[in-house]
Design a protein around this ligand. Sequence first.
Ligand code: IFM
Length: 718
Amino acid sequence: MDIWSYTQSGYREEDTVTNGNRFLVGNGYMGYRGTMDEWGKSEFAAVNLAGVYDQNGDKWREPVNAPNGLFAVLSVNGETVALGKTTAQKHTQTVHFRRGTHSRDTLFAPVRIRSERFVSMAEKHLLCSRLTLTFSEDCQAELLTGIVTDIWDINGPHLFNYTYQADSILLAEARTGELNIPVAAAQSVKAGFDCAEKRESTETGVYRRLSFNAEAGKSYVIDIFSAVFTGLDDKEPGKQAYSLCQKAAESGFESLLSAHRAAWEELWQNSAVELQGCDEAARALNASLYHLHSIAPRHASALSIPARGLSGQTYKGAVFWDSEIFLFPVFVHTEPELAKTLLRYRIETLPGALKKAAEYGYRGAFYPWESQEGGAEGCTDYNVVDVFTHRPVRTYFRDKQIHISGDIAYALWRYYEITGDLSLMREGGAEVILQCARFYLSRAHSRLDTDKVELLDVIGPDEYHERVGNNVFTNQMAAHCIACSLELPELFPDSSFFDDLIKKLDYEDDFNLLKKLLPLLRPAFEEGEIIEQFDGYLELEDCDLETVRGRLLDEREYWGTNHGVAAHTRIIKQADVIAMMALFPSQFSDKTVERNWRFYEPRTEHGSSLSSCMYALTACRFGQPDLAWEHFIKTASIDLEGGGKNWAGEIYIGGTHPAANGGAWIIAVLGFAGLSVLNGELTANPRLPSQIKSLRFPVTLRGKRVCVTVTHDGWTVE
Ligand code: IFM
C-alpha cells in the first residue's frame, strides 16, 4: 500500500459530493474541490476562498467561491467527453499527500484524459493543472477551457456585475453583493502543440477554444494556470491576477510544480508522523495531516480555520471551538507561528465578542459560536431545519454554548504554558482572557439560599441536551478561564504591562470579584465518582444507543432540541465529561477517568467527528490504548472513508473534517506517544496499542526541530 496517496477506481455518481471533499487540494488561501476538469456547478466544483464572506438577501452568510479558472472540457469530432455523461472504460482519481496534488486518469473510447492539479503552496494565488490527452484514433479535437463564473453556491449567488477580458490571458472580475469586495480570476494556458485558438465570453464565463487535428497514439499536453485575487489582497486584484497568470505561463508547469513540492516537503519535514505496524493507519494519518496543511492559513497573520476547512460553504465557512481545542494542539507543537495565527484571529475579533456579550446583556467577551470575519456571529437562532415540517427549528447553539470563550482562553494559556512565550499575551491575549473571565462573572448566577454559584441555561459540547444547568465541562472551562485571569499578574512581575491593562479595562473591582467567584464556581470532584454531565442528567431515561436510534422516523432527523430522540435520554452526541478530562489530565486520577469513560462511552452516539478523539486520548491516559484504536482509525480515516454526518435535519453539513484531522494527530502524538511539553521541556509516556510498532515524529521546541521516537520499550529524542 502506498501510504502517501489514495486512489479510487471506477466512477459512481453518488460519490460526487464526497469525492469533492476527499480529493480536495488547497493551500490555506483557497481550496479546490476534488472534481473533474470538465465539471461545473451541478457536480459541486468550487474554488473556496478563506476569510471572504458574503450574504445574499436574508440567506445565511457564507464564504465566497471564486470563479473556476481550471475548467476544461474536451470535444472529439463534435461530441463532448465528460465523466458521468460519456461512458468511461477505466477511471481513477488520486490525491497525493506528499506532493500535494490531485490527479485523474480516465479512459474514454476515443481519448484518454489525464490531469494533474495543484493549488500552489509556494504562491498562494495560483492554481495549476496539466492536461494530457492521448487519442486512440485520428480525430478533430476541441478543448473548451476558461473561467466559469456560473458557479456553485449554497446560499448565493455572491458575485455580481461581471466584466470579462479575453486576450491571451482571460480575466473575469466581479464584486460581492454585500460588501462590494472585488474578486478577480485570470487564466493563461500553454499548449505543447499547434492549435487554433478562439475566445469568447458568454453568460457563464470567459473561454477559449483550442482546436487541433489529433493523431491516433499521440499525446497532447496543455498546461492551465489560474490566479485568484480579491480586494482584501490588493486594490487592483484584476491586474494582479492577470500579471501572475502571465508569469506562471512563463515559468511553466514543471518549475511551478517543483516550487510547490518543495514547500510541501518542508511542511512534512516539520510534521510527518511515521507510524510503523499498520499501513492503513499510517495512510489515514498522512491524509489527516494533508488536509490540515491544505487549509492552514500560512499566508495570514491573524486567521483561523473553518469547521469544514476550504471544502465548501457548509457551516457558513465559520470558525468554531474546533480551532482552539482540536487544531491548535497540532500547530503549537509543530509550527508555533501558525498556532499564533489562529489565536491572533481571536485577539483581532475581540470587538465582535464584546459586542455579542453586550447584545445579550452581559459584560466581557462572549465569542461567536460560528465566527466569521471580524468576529461576526454566523450562527442563527434557527440553525436546523426539521425534516418533517420543513420548518426552521429554534436552536440554542448561538446563545447558550458559552464554553466557547473559555475554550479560547484555554488555548491562549496553553500556548504560554507550552512555549513559555509571553508575546501573545502582550499582543492582546491577556486582554482576551480578562474579557472572557469578565463575561463569566456577569453570566454566573448566585443563589441566596446557598453559597453556590451556577452557570444555568447552557449547552455543553453534547449539543443534544439544550439549556441545561451546570454542565461540568462549561463550569470547568469558565473556572479555568477565571483562574488564568487571576494568575496573569504573576506572568508580568516586573513590568507595568498588567497594571496598565487593568486600568485600561477598568478591571480592579472585577478582579476582586473573580477571586471570590472562583472557589464557588469551580466544580469539585470526588475520587472515582461518576461525574454527572449536568444537573439532572442521571435522572434521564437510561436506554441504549440502538434503542434511541430505533426511534428515528427519518435518518436525517436531528437528535437534539426538545423533540429530538436523544433529548430526554442519557444518550449524548459527543464527548463532554470525557472531553473535560482530556483537557485537564492532571485533575483526574486514572481510576476516575476510566470509570467515567466506561460509563459515558456506550452512551455516546459520536454524532460529531470531534468525539472519538477525546475518548481515544483519555483511554491512552488510563493505560488502555487498545480501547483507543478504533476511535483513532475512525477519526483518522474520516475524510478517506467519507465518514461523518452529512445532515442535521435538512441542513447539509458535509465537507472535510479538520477537527478530526487534528484529532488524529492528537491521538497519535499526545495519546499513543504520551507527548507532553511544558515550558519548552519535553517528556513522553508511550502507550502504544498492539497494532503500532513505533512512532517517530518531529516537534518544534523553542524554534528547533527535535525528533521523538516511541516504541513499546520506551522513547528517545534526537
Ligand atoms: O464544533 C462542532 C460541534 O461541537 C458539533 N457540531 C459541529 C461543530 C463544527 O465541527
